[in-house]
Design a protein around this ligand. Structure first.
Ligand code: ZN
Length: 242
């Protein structure tokens, strides 16, 4: 591995640490049960991932593990998540995906139980309308390649798959996009739950308006702007130095 590769890998590990801190800050952690991974630049068959037994906000340069697409550890000594197969099988199926997040945000989990289709009742909803499949095979952890592959199949070409009574698996081109999409989905689920609980079905703008907004909200530069803001907001609230 060259010095240049090492620099890229260190930068990726840093982005994983920062993404984990933001996810925990925004309440996406469920004790130690959430996980995030990122594909290694230049080695598409390898990905780095948060380890078991720690929170999203406890990822360090030393406890990150590297896996191959079989879910085997190729670098690192920490305990691996049993659900790493969600990540390995999504990376196997989706060459365009460079970051995967699995988490249990409260409103997303609640929404997964309603059987409702995601509607564009909010701007976040506009991102996921007609693009949010639901994995219903099991409430249990995804501990094997077969189940991981089933999650990846259910995800299909989309960016998110709801896992009924369990959580969400999000797949995106990078860590900033993946975190912002998780935040957008959680807010969309909350808005739709509140709207439908009020006794209304919700009202939507025409599809052309919804798709035009989706294009704007999912531009790579928009994800970076939003993620950078979330990092600043977290640091200000926690009094953390950059
Ligand atoms: Zn889970």
């Amino acid at each position: 591995m060259t010095d240049h590769d090492m620099t890229d890998l260190d930068a990726l590990k840093h982005s994983l640490i920062e993404a984990g801190q933001v996810l925990e800050f925004l309440g996406h952690g469920d004790m130690t049960r959430g996980h995030i991974s990122a594909r290694v630049p230049g080695i598409p068959g390898h990905f780095i991932m948060k380890s078991h037994s720690i929170g999203f906000d406890e990822i360090t340069m030393d406890n990150i593990l590297t896996f191959d697409l079989e879910g085997e550890v190729v670098d690192g000594t920490a305990r691996p998540h049993s659900e790493r197969f969600i990540h390995s099988e999504i990376y196997r199926a989706r060459p365009d995906v460079n970051c995967v997040i699995h988490s249990h945000p409260m409103h997303t989990v609640a929404f997964s139980n309603t059987g409702q289709k995601m509607l564009a009742l909010s701007q976040g909803g506009a991102i996921f309308k007609d693009a949010l499949p639901v994995f219903t095979d099991t409430i249990d952890l995804v501990r094997g390649k077969d189940t991981g592959a089933a999650v990846a199949r259910c995800l299909g070409p989309h960016q998110a798959v709801l896992m009924r009574s369990h959580g969400i698996s999000m797949a995106a081109s990078g860590t900033a996009a993946c975190v912002v999409l998780c935040v957008s989905l959680e807010e969309a689920c909350q808005v739709q739950l509140v709207t439908t609980a009020s006794g209304h079905d919700g009202w939507e703008f025409p599809d052309s308006d919804i798709l035009a907004l989706r294009d704007k909200l999912t531009r790579p530069d928009q994800f970076e702007v939003n993620f950078d803001y979330l990092v600043r907001k977290m640091r200000m609230a926690l009094g953390r130095a950059a």
